[in-house]
Write a protein that binds this ligand. Structure first.
Ligand SMILES: *Cc1c(COP(=O)(O)O)cnc(C)c1O
Length: 358
């Protein structure tokens, strides 16, 4: 112990559960972090390389070019688009800008592991609503938790880790039923993978609900999680607030260049989404044949029940065979595991390892 003194809130902030890495003699199959197995597009790499020569300059604090390109893509005015060092930064900034002791926040559980940070860091109260038996958000139960003190409601759609999604009509009705002082943040990190909607459909809801915020990321289908870029589509007021509480240069120049270029390759995205859907069908039917229950995945991963088996034995046994998945226990639901879809070869290594264990 050093004798340093820390603020009282620090104790409440959970430590992010990093995926375990194991010493394994051979090629590791990493299916624990919902990353895409596809490398960045060659032209995205070129855009990054072109920017290496100007790294003696600070990045654009206004993120002008990326915001303009996103505006063209989405039809949302650039003034209503906030860019973050990953969408996680925007979530934490929303907490910084909107929450305080006495304020409340509502979200479902199990859901994304960063959400508990928002209350912990701000001193606000979190109202946590369990998913229903199908692993879906229970929007009615969530609406019942909203009070005059509620500042933020988060809906993760599709949900991490349960992989289920709700159609835009359900989000529309939910937001319409809530008071306007509540910011509804719909975390759409996996929206491109959902067969229940076209990504543009939820964007159309922004016109009807000034308190709606859609959170998206370049980390998943775009495959740029190593660079950290995400964005929020919402109101200008929200954008100005999250910009104010953050340092001006939080989104680095390479990240801005890569994300801007990635938007030029939407056909590549469609190919990836199709590929992912094929792997989803493959894995889910193989799991079903083995009698393992899954939820209805609308994402690039499956949420798999280990049934009566010991979760640690299954997840640990997979790791011993070089296949890394996420234990449900670490994500809020014991007896389950979250398995990201890799390449066919990787998914079949997962299945082969599983067969040795079952
Ligand atoms: C992966 C993920 C994100 C992305 O976070 P970044 O900070 O943009 O990398 C956001 N929300 C959820 C639910 C996720 O699973």
């Amino acid at each position: 112990m050093t004798g340093l003194e820390f603020n009282a809130r620090l104790r409440d902030i959970p430590v992010y559960p990093a995926a375990a890495t194991y010493s394994f003699d051979g090629e590791l199959v990493k299916l624990a972090s919902n990353e895409t197995p596809f490398p960045p597009h060659p032209q995205v790499l070129e855009a990054v390389e072109a920017h290496l020569r100007t790294l003696n300059r600070y990045p654009d604090p206004e993120r002008t070019v990326l915001r303009r390109r996103l505006s063209e893509r989405t039809g949302v005015p650039a003034g209503r688009i906030a860019i973050g060092n990953g969408s996680c930064e925007l979530l934490l900034a929303a907490a910084e800008a909107m929450l305080e002791p006495g304020a409340e926040l509502v979200y479902a559980w199990p859901s994304f592991s960063i959400y508990p940070h928002l209350a912990a860091m701000s001193g606000a109260r979190a109202l946590i609503v369990p998913l229903n038996d199908a692993g879906e958000h229970d929007l009615e139960a969530m609406a019942r938790e909203v009070t005059a003190a509620t500042r933020i409601v988060i809906v993760c759609n599709p949900n991490n880790p349960s992989a289920t999604a709700l159609p835009p009509a359900a989000i529309d009705a939910f937001v319409a039923g809530l008071p306007r002082h509540v910011a509804v943040i719909v975390d759409e990190a996996y929206v491109e993978f959902s067969s229940l909607q076209d990504p543009d459909e939820s964007i159309a809801l922004l016109d009807r609900h000034p308190n709606l915020i859609l959170l998206r990321t370049f980390s998943k289908v775009y495959g740029l999680c190593g660079l950290r870029v995400g964005y929020a589509l919402g109101s200008e007021e929200f954008r100005l607030a999250v910009d104010r509480v953050r340092q001006p240069f939080s989104v680095n120049a390479l990240a801005q260049a890569a994300a801007t270029e990635a938007l030029n390759h939407v056909d590549e995205l469609e190919r990836r989404v199709e590929q992912t859907a094929i792997e989803r069908m493959h894995l889910e039917s193989e799991l079903q044949e083995r009698g393992l229950e899954t939820t209805d995945s609308q994402a690039n991963f499956s949420w798999v029940s280990v049934g009566e088996r010991d979760e640690d034995a299954v997840v640990g046994g997979l790791a011993e065979r070089g296949v890394i998945v996420r234990a449900g226990k670490a994500l809020g639901q014991e007896g389950w595991m979250r398995v990201t879809y890799g390449t066919r070869h990787e998914n079949d290594r997962f299945l082969a390892a599983l067969d040795q264990l079952l």
